[in-house]
Ligand binder design. Structure first.
Ligand code: GLU
Length: 466
């Protein structure tokens, strides 16, 4: 049986963004699900535009999301001699030729074609040239593209593709300084790396016929192609940074979990019934590039947040502690806090940044008090109630151990004062957190020391008296 070999081939000219990560994911899943190979090739031939940081960011992002590739990373910049060898082979076999047309001549030709309403294209004037080359011109190398017929391929997403040979000219495979061109490198590499399936963005669709011409000239087997439509913003336009076209590592900083991001991405352009949540195992089981959608997909921030909160709720306390400490420098709180407050905080967190914020709000006394709430709470009655509750807590013989015990204490206190326990909730929330929202009051009371509760209530009373 044929071994499936896929690859991800980013150009490290900018940081890896989520569109790139989605392409990588599709290739990764297809290879892994078929016990094939997933290769990583850095397309860094554009030496002027490359950045080492971007290369590292790609590798870092792969590590973060847990996507491993096989073998060594291939760097195109290290393979120039190899490309050279194939250019020479094509020249020798008469499948490519030197073209001595100067830039001025080419510009003139294009201008004339445009005037005649034709698509500008090279006119093959050196294709069968036998004469003496003009002096002073460093020639480019052009491949002999088919003069008639069609270049056909079956795209796994777009369907049957047929390109009339007349739409292509003898395109350049080596520039006048000898460097190979983009499509040439891609075709040689995919062939030599044994890539069987190319899954990539449909912005590369127009490159494919040229790459096929190169494959065929060299007698290489043409891979299967899957050109995936772009991810658009909800308005149907190209994703901007504001819509989410950020570097993958920025998602980490913003408190997203890799599981959520991958789950989000796999559903952009692919579906399996109406299932939304996919574990890695399920992605591997169900993903098939033949099911990729031919319509563009839309980036939906709400959905990403929804998935992220789902995966946050699934985290064990230990994993959560590790993430909080490694990514956000948060000290692991005592066992009781983890047990009682973590479930409460998880319920309210869409990102780990939310989680950190809510946890800090619980464990630190309020730095400021919400003005609206202050206004709402500041009555003689509330001040008196808070004072009494403070005294009640102080007088407790033993610390409050659980949220249930805290509920019971509030109920006992309320009974004694002939009020409903819920009358206490808002003033206590104001005293303990300084703002509305946040975790339940009972679990919070259960996690704070008596002294801390007393201190916070006393401080709040002061703000109400002023
Ligand atoms: N280097 C190309 C890019 O980053 C991808 C090339 C390919 O997948 O064939 O868009």
């Amino acid at each position: 049986m044929e071994t499936i070999v896929t690859r991800f081939a980013p150009s490290p000219t900018g940081y890896l963004h989520i569109g790139g990560l989605r392409t990588a994911l599709f290739n990764y899943l297809y290879a892994r699900a078929n016990k094939g190979k997933f290769l990583l090739r850095i397309e860094d031939t554009d030496l002027a535009r490359n950045s080492t940081d971007a290369k590292e960011a790609i590798i870092q992002a792969f590590e973060w999301v847990g996507m491993d590739y096989d073998g060594e990373v291939v760097y195109q910049s290290q393979r120039f001699p190899l490309y050279q060898q194939y250019i020479e082979q094509l020249l020798k076999e008469g499948k490519a030729y030197y073209c001595y047309m100067s830039k001025e001549e080419l510009d003139l030709l294009r201008e004339e074609q445009r005037k005649r309403g034709e698509t500008p294209r090279y006119d093959n004037r050196y294709r069968d040239f036998q004469g003496t080359p003009p002096s002073g011109i460093q020639p480019v190398v052009r491949i002999k593209a088919p003069l008639s017929g069609e270049i056909c391929f079956k795209d796994g997403v777009k369907g049957e593709m047929r390109i009339n040979a007349k739409e292509l000219d003898d395109f350049i495979i080596a520039r006048s300084d000898g460097t190979p061109t983009y499509n040439f490198c891609v075709a040689i590499d995919d062939a030599l790396m044994g890539v069987t399936d190319v899954i990539r963005g449909d912005d590369h669709l127009s490159n494919t016929p040229k790459q096929i011409i190169i494959y065929e000239a060299l007698g290489f087997k043409v891979p299967r192609f899957f050109h995936v439509p772009m991810i658009l913003n909800p308005q149907g336009h190209k994703l901007s940074k504001r819509d989410g076209a950020m570097s993958v590592m920025e998602y980490k900083e913003m408190g997203y979990l890799p599981e959520a991001l991958l789950n989000f991405l796999v559903r952009l352009g692919w579906s399996h019934g109406d299932q939304e949540i996919f574990s890695k195992k399920e992605m591997l089981e169900f993903f098939n590039p033949n099911d990729l959608n031919s319509a563009p997909s839309a980036y939906n921030q709400e959905k990403l947040l929804w998935l992220n909160s789902h995966y946050i709720r699934e985290l064990s306390n230990d994993s959560l502690n590790m993430l909080l400490s490694e990514n956000f420098n948060v000290e692991t709180p005592q066992e009781k806090v983890q047990e009682i407050l973590y479930p409460e905080i998880k319920e309210r967190s869409k990102t780990l940044v939310d989680f950190v914020e809510i946890l800090k709000d619980c464990l630190q006394e309020p730095k400021r008090y919400d003005e609206k709430m202050q206004h709402k709470v500041s009555s003689e009655e509330n001040i008196r109630l808070l004072g009494e509750f403070c005294a009640y807590i102080k007088a407790l013989k033993k610390p409050i151990g659980t949220a249930q015990e805290a509920e019971n204490e509030m109920a006992t206190f309320a009974d004694f004062h002939g009020i409903k326990a819920k009358v206490l909730f808002v003033p206590l929330r104001y005293a303990l957190l300084g703002k509305s929202g946040g975790v339940g009051i009972a679990p919070l009371l259960a996690c704070l020391d008596k002294e801390e509760i007393v201190k916070r209530i006393q401080a709040a009373i002061q703000t109400l008296k002023n």
